[in-house]
Design a protein around this ligand. Sequence first.
Ligand code: KE4
Length: 428
Amino acid sequence: MRSSAESQSLFEKAQQWIPGGVNSPVRAFRAVGGNPFFAVRASRATVWDADGNEYIDYVGTWGPAILGHAPGVVVEAVQKAAEHGTSFGIPNPLEVRMAELVVNAVPSVEKVRMCNSGTEATMSAIRLARGFTKRNKIIKFEGCYHGHVDSLLVKAGSGALTLGQPDSAGVPAEFTSQTIVLPFNDVESVRGAFAEHGRDIAGIILEPVPANAGLYLPRGGYLEFLRDITAEHDSLLIFDEVMTGFRLSLAGAQGHFGITPDMSCFGKIIGGGLPVGAFGGRAEIMDCLAPDGPVYQAGTLSGNPLAMAAGVAVLEALVDGSVYKKIEALGQTLSDGLAKAAAAAGVSVQLQRIGSMSCCYFADAPVYNMTDAMQSDRDRFAKYFQGMLEEGVYIAPSQFEAGFISAAHDEAAIEKTVAAATKVMKTI
Ligand code: KE4
């Protein structure tokens, strides 16, 4: 039995001064029971908690750690940058290098604006879409999570779905009245929305691979359909690639699927673990942003030299493509191993994976949308989570999250994980 005295003590203290004891709800373990452990150190594919327990980490700080934790290139870059100042609020060369890397990596992005979180990126992208098209309605899909933007916290995924609050209190109906929420992978519902609201739809925002209700894939032709119908109605196609950007390929999901959105949102990986967000797209759209255009958007720490230094170091390490080959192969090995573990235990799972992102649904049928995902057996998932934790494997503390493999994982880590799953699956 893992010791947890120090984490318990920290959690008691945290709950006195921090709502729920956490600074982001999904960390509270509410969906899986028990109390969260407190991380004190992370390196490569391992995280250590305050009681000295170590875990193979498949959360990867929810996506940023594609190179693993504390990669040397990032640590050195941040140390060097910090010696010259932690923030200027003045344009700096690292911002220019970051923009160059993003524009060179993602063909659909002609210009990009940095901000400080994925939420800011999506919030700004939909404001820009409305300003550019002079229309108000936005289509989003059930189960997709775009951060805690008021108007998009409707049937949202991630922590909202985990806590059973896909719609948040405190959001006036007026703020979501312009948001059309449709099931993912359902062509007819999108056709119907455009038939009814066509000329007032500023755009569609989606996770091209929804990974905030577990992980499910677009059906064949679906992304192409969304690209065509938005173009047909002069609406914008906005890919929220906060999670998939620079994860599924150097050009994200759009590069993997060969789709050209009008705008894209980024975060996580491009900050190398420091607070970051970005949104970019066609120059004629981006030039509507202040100071050139009428759409206002700003941020004290946007383009901050530490986040830029960390992000530039990561992106430069990804450019040759070798990381993607490695994490794709490890992802396949892990999914194959987990499938065998489940089969041996007679447990019905849906292992859904793309590249280094995956989800193990405890479900009898494949998952293609939020309704399917909600059929999964969350009690069984909670038992699986706790069993894996006892075996020294940390997976996302929610059935409605994806897992990540980093370049720091290796065959030995995957073998240990599969061995743990083989043991745990027999007990749940
Ligand atoms: P942030 O504001 O948390 O940086 O990004 C919001 C966001 C936007 N778009 C997508 C596709 C996202 O996945 C996210 C954030 N992802 C969750 C994990 N599923 C963040 C974890 C958390 O909320 O603690």
